[in-house]
Design a protein around this ligand. Sequence first.
Ligand SMILES: Nc1nc2c(ncn2[C@@H]2O[C@H](COP(=O)(O)OP(=O)(O)OP(=O)(O)O)[C@@H](O)[C@H]2O)c(=O)[nH]1
Length: 409
Amino acid sequence: MPASTADAPKSPGRRSDKGRRSGGSKKVSYKRNYDGSVALPMGGHGGDVVVYANEAEETLLRFHEKARYCAKRGGNVGATGTLSSRMHNGFAGETIRIPVPVGTVVKRKKGTVLADLAHPGDEVIVARGGQGGISLIDVPEYRRRKAMSLSPNIMRDASDKVLIHGQPGEEVSLELILRVVADVGLVGLPNAGKSTLLSAITLARPDIADYPFTTLMPNLGRLGGDPSLGALQFSSEATLADLPGLIEGAHLGKGLGRNFLRHLRRTRVIVHVVDAAADDPVDDYKIVREELRMYNPQYLERPYVVVLNKIDLPKAQDRLSSLAFEISSIGCEECNDNNTSERNLNLNANEQNISSGAKVEGGEKELRDYPRPQAVVGASVLKHIGIDEMLKEIRAALRKCFDHRLPEP
Ligand SMILES: Nc1nc2c(ncn2[C@@H]2O[C@H](COP(=O)(O)OP(=O)(O)OP(=O)(O)O)[C@@H](O)[C@H]2O)c(=O)[nH]1
């Protein structure tokens, strides 16, 4: 809206009046719309609010401190408030851009998903700024009438001022949900050694401690490509996400539960870390697989590598081969054929399709109906034993996914 005339310097309108009265030839020429109507200057539109994915952001924690964001209002038309040919539209309010981590899902509170910002630079306008208004409050009567006859965009309000009200900007309440985007997801019971593994093969330095649930947020690390594999296979470069430990009942929300299971949705390969020195590693293994199955059966279709960790401990060392044999024979052999990566490629398309159990013809699928692990390797991620073998298997599983995407030579 034009500001009041109180602080206006000289009214150009008055000057031109004088010109007319004194018989001068000054003719006010207005800007016109394509249909010949006078283009009235408008107050600036309010700024939009945009949420965008920025690689520099890692968490959504800062939204706990500041949860309300407002874009600026649009600028006024001019100081005089009087229609003149020299009047310009008010400046549009600046768009406010809110960075969030890559992988953030933006949805209306208790409503629809607005966007899945899965790639750096993805963005969504979450609230549009209001439209600027038009006001001719202080236009002299004769010109007001003329302007009204020339422009179809004008209304009168109760106080007989001629104006179009500016529109209020949109206000929305949003929910931001972070789903980690990583090529490899590390899963396992608490204390299995997932964080230690991440720090052994990447530059990530997550908290490591001898108590469960040290990891409360997913940690990310970057696995470099292996140049010895040649240019085409350098794509074994990958992002690893160390997820907080899963416990029995996680799919129902126990422990850190569902919050973290969802992070697996966008991983291609799963690395399952088992503490080989635990009381019953096979049972531990099954518990986690079962939790994955109950949360989203598709997780079990993805290529996965089992790492039997802590083999530096005598207890683990002694039973390594029998454990490896037992674990590698849980699952269906035929399912491991080529189609694993094809199924895997559909993971994004199907990611909404979560059910509490996979139904197959003739009943519910069990662990033995899903593919066997691609490999079961023994390692001590703490003492750096078996790391090369483990990396080789992780890269092989990754290649299985990536090769599928390579263009035909
Ligand atoms: N002896 C031995 N200890 C290990 C090995 N790897 C990890 N640890 C120890 O196991 C404990 C748990 O390791 P973390 O890496 O924090 O385990 P985590 O699976 O990330 O645990 P959560 O964060 O609870 O999910 C730490 O005390 C590690 O030092 C290993 O190869 N050998």
